[in-house]
Design a protein around this ligand. Structure first.
Ligand SMILES: Cc1cc2nc3c(=O)[nH]c(=O)nc-3n(C[C@H](O)[C@H](O)[C@H](O)COP(=O)(O)OP(=O)(O)OC[C@H]3O[C@@H](n4cnc5c(N)ncnc54)[C@H](O)[C@@H]3O)c2cc1C
Length: 490
């Protein structure tokens, strides 16, 4: 396994279904616990595990979501625990089967890494950089060449040495050099689809103001066709807030706290500004550009070495606006797990694996680039009109809200949810959309009032996610919020 990001870690777990020994080769030194690493600079930005990522991780590592929560990750019911300003207004805080697990990326990787460290079949080879593939007979890969870091050497690395392997997986992230490695062995480079994003991200951590109490855990201001900026405030371990501002209009993201605060004040709603104005910054503002979406079409290559595969961002790196990267990584590992187990050997399966991964990536890729590169044509126009009707209905109708959020998480919504949401788009609106965020703790209505308990049915329950017990009651879809589970002070 080349790389120990989430794609490498989960694929390593998948390989143990078939292999006696799995070696994870990582360029960085790997900390014990959630320490920083140079190899994942995006870890400084807000990361959350969406519903499908949590479900996939649970399949690979039973009980891991509990481990994450124990380590400090914060479960957030979507949109029940959130204030979510959709494209057409605030969404009702209805109950759905959607959730996210919010934590620092270093923490997520550390918890998964610890599971692998406890597995005697898995070895981590840290401080090793893979520099080439070793070809075998009849179009196969039978190992990799790697250098070990050595500060005593003039270039910082020992000479390269061969690490033999029956199956090699490249999970080295956006900077993957697989096309070059394959070219050195005489293989054609893959075709690439690229969608430039022009979005840049600014992220920082805050300690909430002393005595902060809220009936929501998370705030999300979505981008619209007119304002391509979006912002998120998520709770992370240690009672902190991780705040990210995504600037999608080609301008640069803020680089310091004063600029970030100013930019927050010009968003579609001032709530984020009001929240961070009295919060305490806990570190610098990290910025990140160059988040173009890039898909390498390895599945289309006629000639390809067997016993070699590319997964994760190395295969499909998406603009992180929708937070799908880790979901794709986990789902790729599941594909690997199922196909390898069914095939019974790592020989003669690369072609099927490449095609299966391409099929799995396709819908997420399509929905990601649609947002970046609007398509022309009648069908696309119809699609956009339908999407804007769903967005409008989502401000008052819980089914439309649930559908919008299923789409946001690229989950297939149950048919019943789709038809109920469609009905909501056709019927004339009964309730006016809320102009204020659905919270009793912030805004003009907040003083002296206590948050009420929600009493909505769970909307859109689909694939076997654990059904949560709901309080009973009458009010179906208005904004009553549960007291936030995380009310830690700074
Ligand atoms: C701003 C931002 C916010 C994001 N937010 C979210 C989110 O909320 N939810 C979500 O699901 N996704 C999010 N993502 C996407 C997510 O970070 C990536 O999709 C995910 O990290 C991909 O994992 P990976 O394992 O493929 O690559 P990486 O995590 O990049 O890991 C690659 C690993 O390979 C190692 N490596 C590289 N080259 C070599 C080599 N030659 N030899 C040995 N080791 C090597 C690196 O050191 C690194 O450890 C976000 C991304 C960004 C940029």
């Amino acid at each position: 396994m080349i790389g120990s990001g989430l794609a490498g870690l989960t694929a390593a777990r998948a390989l143990t279904g078939l292999m006696d020994r799995v070696t994870v080769i990582e360029r960085d030194w790997l900390p014990r616990g959630p320490g920083r690493r140079r190899g994942v600079p995006q870890a400084r930005h807000t990361h959350s595990l969406m519903t499908a990522a949590q479900q996939g991780l649970e399949q690979l590592f039973p009980g891991i979501c509990q481990d994450l929560v124990r380590a400090g990750a914060v479960p957030v019911r979507v949109p029940e625990d959130m204030l979510l300003l959709g494209p057409s207004g605030w969404l009702p805080r209805c109950a759905t089967d959607l959730s996210m697990l919010s934590a620092g990326r270093d923490l997520i990787d550390a918890v998964v890494r610890d599971r692998l460290r406890a597995d005697p079949r898995i070895t981590f080879l840290q401080d090793h950089e893979v520099v080439a593939l070793e070809p075998g007979p009849e179009d196969t890969v039978i190992g990799v060449w790697a250098c070990r870091r050595n500060r005593g050497q003039p270039d910082g690395w020992n000479p390269e040495h061969l690490i033999p392997a029956d199956f090699v997986v490249d999970a080295s992230g956006r900077g993957s050099r697989a096309p070059e490695w394959l070219a050195e062995l005489g293989y054609a480079p893959p075709a690439e689809s690229v969608a430039e994003s022009g979005t840049s991200y600014a992220t920082t951590l805050y300690a909430p103001p002393v005595g902060h109490v809220a009936d929501f855990k998370s705030l999300f201001l979505m981008a619209t066709a007119h304002d391509p900026r979006q912002a998120v405030l998520n709770p992370v371990e240690g009672g902190r807030w991780s705040v990210t501002l995504a600037v999608g209009d080609g301008t640069l993201a803020p680089t310091d706290h004063a600029e970030l605060l100013r930019a927050a004040g010009t968003l579609r709603h001032p709530l984020l500004h009001d929240l961070i104005e009295t919060a305490t910054p806990l570190g610098p503002v990290y910025t990140r550009g160059r988040t173009d979406s890039r898909l390498r079409h390895y599945d289309r290559l006629r000639r390809w070495p067997d016993q070699f595969l590319v997964v994760g961002d190395a295969l499909a790196a998406l603009d992180p606006a929708h937070g799908h990267g880790m979901t794709l990584a986990v789902e790729s590992a599941l594909v690997l797990d199922h196909l390898l187990t069914a095939h019974g050997t790592a020989v003669g399966i690369s072609h099927r694996l490449r095609r299966a991964l391409a099929r799995q990536v396709a819908p997420v890729w399509q929905s990601s680039i649609r947002a970046q590169r609007p398509v022309r044509g009648l069908r696309a126009r119809f699609g956009r009109r339908y999407a804007s009707r769903i967005a409008a209905a989502a401000t008052t109708d819980p089914h439309a809200a649930a559908l919008l959020l299923h789409q946001e998480q690229t989950l297939a919504p149950p048919a019943a949810l789709r038809s109920r949401a469609l009905r909501a788009t056709l019927s004339p609106r009964r309730d006016p959309a809320a102009t204020a965020p659905p919270t009793l703790t912030h805004g003009p209505e907040s003083r002296g009032r206590r948050p009420a308990v929600p009493s909505a049915p769970v909307i859109g329950v689909s694939t076997g996610s654990a059904a949560r017990p709901r309080p009973t009651g009458s009010s179906a879809h208005w904004p009553l919020a549960a007291p936030a589970g995380e009310r830690r002070g700074p």
